[in-house]
Design a protein around this ligand. Structure first.
Ligand code: OOB
Length: 512
């Protein structure tokens, strides 16, 4: 495995191979299978209606791979920040064929996220669209190792297809970003073996097949929309992938009607929005069979309204870029679909629930360590290789999990993850801020919003001013606090640390 990654121990690797979870194929195989079996079926549809059959997509990927092979080498890391456009798909598969390793940044990320990402990964190239040109200039100046910027909607390089060496299926295929809890980003290595299993098995539990038309409504770079089952699962099943530029009801409903979409995945606030909008929408949504909801907890009340409101089945998905995926099953009793976040995807997923409810897990598609993060890994994994998810769950006898909370220092703002320490560090850089503590506050639509408690020097800054300061530092918009509370001093725990439990209690209207 690539230096800086932690491999599975040999005995587990052997088991995962013997039980058929790891097939020893490259991740790209899921596209190649489609080309072999049904070259003329439509594989990919852009928001503007442009479309590619499996054969056409394969030919495009082959030309791009060839074009890229003179720019990047096998195992070199490249940061990809490309929204849901057809070029994302062509680039992703082309990089797999070249053997260069995509680090999948989110479209919302800015300088404060991209620069550390390029540094940590030692990226040699940065793939963007036109809208990120200014950001790319800043990034290149800050990280000289980034020797190439490719604007994919203008100049995705192509060349006559050439033979390229096959990658080792037990090695890294791509890097996903962790939601994070610390001040620095964490990269999740995903191998060909593990991610191919992830996509294929997810496609099975979501009932995907040749007639599936999957709408990519969330960013394609996120594990949910990419591979749970997402676009990779849809390809693996021989279906069609339709790209939406955003998940608004206007955009998504029009595409559902136009392309007769059968399935998609959204975060809870989007599900709520869709259910509200569906009441008044003119579009025909009857093709929709399955709505997956995950990324943050969907409450039972809205969950119980999905079928009536959108005319489709609900599948709750409790997943993480680190690996473990839980799905409610299509034949589960409605009670379980509405009140649980599903059960593990794979029979070989090992789940341990500690006394305090913390979920630990290991398995054939769950990482054994973050990239180049030895110290952090020592805290994030048990000695026998279980990943400490930081999620607090209850497990039913059926195996289904109910997410009850979290012990990790992260805010989950409608599915978007904000590492508290990272935001606190940015706030501490403000001249008027003496101390900062970031806490989630309950919100009916978003699940949580972000409150920054501050101890200040001099005049307390206004929310607007703090937001402007953070934007100026290049912090992604979704990480900006929704509220600021100024305190004389922070409440402390018995051991003298800031008591976030007490701060959260005050937000909830508890006693001072
Ligand atoms: C997905 O992945 P990430 O890496 O953005 O975030 C993972 C974390 C989990 O550890 C948990 O804290 C939270 O997001 N989460 C949920 C949840 N799904 C994720 N919390 C409650 N209920 C749910 N259904 O968010 C992700 C990756 C693949 C598929 C789906 C979601």
């Amino acid at each position: 495995m690539l230096e800086g990654c932690v491999p599975w121990p040999e005995e587990l690797a052997e088991r995962y191979r013997a039980e058929g979870y790891w097939t020893g194929e490259p991740l790209d195989q899921l596209l190649r299978d489609g080309v072999e079996r049904h070259p003329d079926r439509v594989a990919l549809v852009g928001a503007d209606g442009s479309r590619w059959t499996y054969a056409e997509l394969d030919a495009w990927v082959a030309r791009v791979a060839s074009g890229l092979s003179s720019l990047v080498s096998p195992r070199e890391r490249v940061v990809v920040q490309v929204p849901n456009i057809p070029e994302f798909v062509a680039l992703f598969f082309a990089l797999l064929r070249v053997g260069a390793l995509p680090v999948l940044a989110l479209p919302a990320h800015r300088e404060a996220e991209i620069v550390p990402l390029c540094e940590l990964s030692e990226a040699v190239a940065y793939f963007i669209t036109d809208e990120y040109r200014d950001l790319a200039q800043i990034v290149c100046k800050a990280v000289p190792g980034v020797r190439q910027v490719v604007v994919v909607d203008e100049e995705l390089p192509t060349a006559e297809p050439v033979e390229l060496p096959e990658p080792d299926p037990s090695d890294v295929a791509l890097f996903l970003l962790s939601g994070g809890t610390t001040g620095t980003p964490k990269l999740i290595p995903r191998t060909h073996n593990d991610y191919l299993y992830n996509a294929r098995a997810s496609a099975k539990v979501a009932g995907f097949g040749e007639n599936t038309v999957y709408l990519v409504a969330l960013p394609a770079a996120h594990n949910f929309a990419l591979s749970s089952p997402g676009l990779l699962g849809a390809f693996a099943a021989g279906g069609t992938v339709v790209l939406a530029t955003d998940p608004s009801p206007d955009t998504a409903f029009a595409l559902i009607e136009r392309e007769k979409v059968t399935g998609t995945a959204v975060v809870p606030p989007v599900a709520l929005l869709w259910m509200d909008a569906a009441e008044f929408a003119d579009e025909d949504l009857t093709s929709l069979e399955l709505l997956q909801v995950g990324g943050a907890k969907l409450s039972a009340e809205p969950a119980s309204r999905v079928r009536e409101s959108l005319g489709c089945a609900l599948q709750q998905v409790f997943g993480m870029a680190e690996g473990l995926l839980n799905f409610t099953r299509l034949d589960d009793p409605q009670e379980l679909v509405v009140t649980t976040q599903g059960r593990p995807l794979c029979p070989a997923d090992e789940v341990r629930v500690l006394e305090n409810g913390e979920l630990l897990t290991r398995g054939p598609y769950t990482l054994r360590g973050y990239y180049r993060a030895e110290e952090h890994n020592a805290r994030s994994f048990t000695e026998d290789g279980f990943y400490r998810s930081g999620d607090v769950v209850r497990q039913l006898p059926s195996g289904h999990l109910i997410v009850e909370g979290r012990i990790k220092d992260q805010i989950n703002r409608g599915g978007e993850k904000i590492p508290a320490e990272e935001l606190e560090n940015h706030l501490l850089a403000h001249p008027a801020v003496h101390d900062a503590a970031v806490v989630g506050m309950a919100d009916e639509v978003m699940g949580e919003r972000t409150c920054a408690f501050l101890v200040v020097r001099g005049a307390p800054p206004k929310l607007r001013e703090v937001a402007a300061f953070l934007r100026e530092r290049g912090v992604a918009e979704y990480k900006l606090p929704d509220r600021i509370e100024v305190l004389e001093e922070f409440p402390l725990t018995k051991v003298g640390k800031v008591s976030k439990t007490e701060l959260a209690r005050r937000l909830a209207g508890g006693a001072e």
